[in-house]
Design a protein around this ligand. Structure first.
Ligand SMILES: C[S@@+](CC[C@H](N)C(=O)[O-])C[C@H]1O[C@@H](n2cnc3c(N)ncnc32)[C@H](O)[C@@H]1O
Length: 276
């Protein structure tokens, strides 16, 4: 398992990322000019359907201002900043990639949200928090990098308060072998996809009750078709984060979705009220 985690860490190593971001963001003005979360959406929402998917997931999860939210596998922090700006909640992000955490902190300083949003380097399989710390946990496009799903969902349950919500937005196996490389893995060695049914079984076995369950594959296909027609956004995008190979990763994700090899799942669960 450590080998797999090291492989995942390598995939998201993104050497020199904060410097690349600084350079790319000059397009919005000088370094001391405050940025807004929507300005960054083409580069900091690292998942299918971008910001729109975070908007939908947050709404399904029922986030409110008094909540403490954990974003597991927070990437460069776009979802966390969006949630804090939109709902007024406190958000903590954790990510395996130290470079991503540094970049997330830098971008959060640039949006002036460092008092409300924080980030730590840690594994989702060993969350550095006490039991029952959070009202909501988000997991967007992260589970496919994690082989030990039982442990992942157990850890999320542990840090949620009794009755807390777990909102997940996942890529799932659908009807055939995916083409690689994809945005989360260059090869199958660091990709641990499950079907939607197996995902649900693993989450419910961990002590969660299903509140919402949506197959979002059609919405994802429509988004891919639109991107193919328009080309990549002209504003700084995920190519800055992942480098020039990102175009190939994204093209393969598009083919996998359009050809029905992969699907997209949105789901919200409640931590069983009886949890210890
Ligand atoms: C495709 S990105 C999604 C980032 C973010 N959730 C978003 O939607 O913008 C996947 C993220 O999961 C993180 N990740 C993968 N495995 C992890 C693990 N075991 N623990 C913590 N983070 C992990 C990666 O470092 C990467 O930042």
């Amino acid at each position: 398992m450590t080998d797999a985690l090291d492989g995942v860490r390598d995939h998201y190593r993104a050497t020199g990322l904060t410097e690349r971001l600084k350079a790319a963001l000059t397009t919005f003005g000088p370094e001391d000019q405050r940025l807004t979360p929507p300005q960054l959406a083409t580069l900091d929402q690292f998942h299918t359907r971008g910001l729109a998917a975070t908007v939908d997931l947050a709404s399904l999860a029922g986030i409110t201002a008094d909540m403490s939210v954990l974003d597991v596998g927070s990437g460069v922090g776009g979802p966390a900043r969006f949630l804090a700006a939109t709902y007024g909640c406190r958000v903590t992000g954790v990510d395996l990639s130290e470079t991503f955490v540094d970049a997330a902190r830098y971008l959060t300083e640039r949006t002036g949200q460092s008092g409300q949003v924080s980030f730590q380097t840690a594994s989702a399989l060993e969350l550095p928090f006490d039991d029952s710390s959070f009202d909501v946990a988000l997991l967007q496009h992260v589970a496919m990098n994690i082989s030990d799903r039982a442990r992942l969902y157990r850890e999320i349950l542990r840090v949620l308060k009794s009755g807390g919500r777990f909102a997940t937005f996942d890529v799932v196996l659908n009807g055939g072998d995916p083409l690689y490389p994809v945005p989360w893995a260059r090869t199958p060695a660091t990709s641990f996809l499950l079907t939607d049914a197996a995902t649900r079984e693993a989450i419910e076995a961990g002590g969660f009750r299903t509140l919402a369950w949506q197959d979002d594959s059609e919405a994802a296909k429509a988004w891919i078709a639109q991107l193919r027609a328009s080309g990549p956004p002209s504003s700084p995008n995920l190519g800055v984060v992942m480098g020039p190979d990102f175009a190939q990763f994204a093209a393969n994700l598009g083919r996998n979705l359009l050809e029905g090899r992969l699907g997209i799942l949105t789901a919200v669960f409640e931590a069983a009220p009886t949890k210890a």
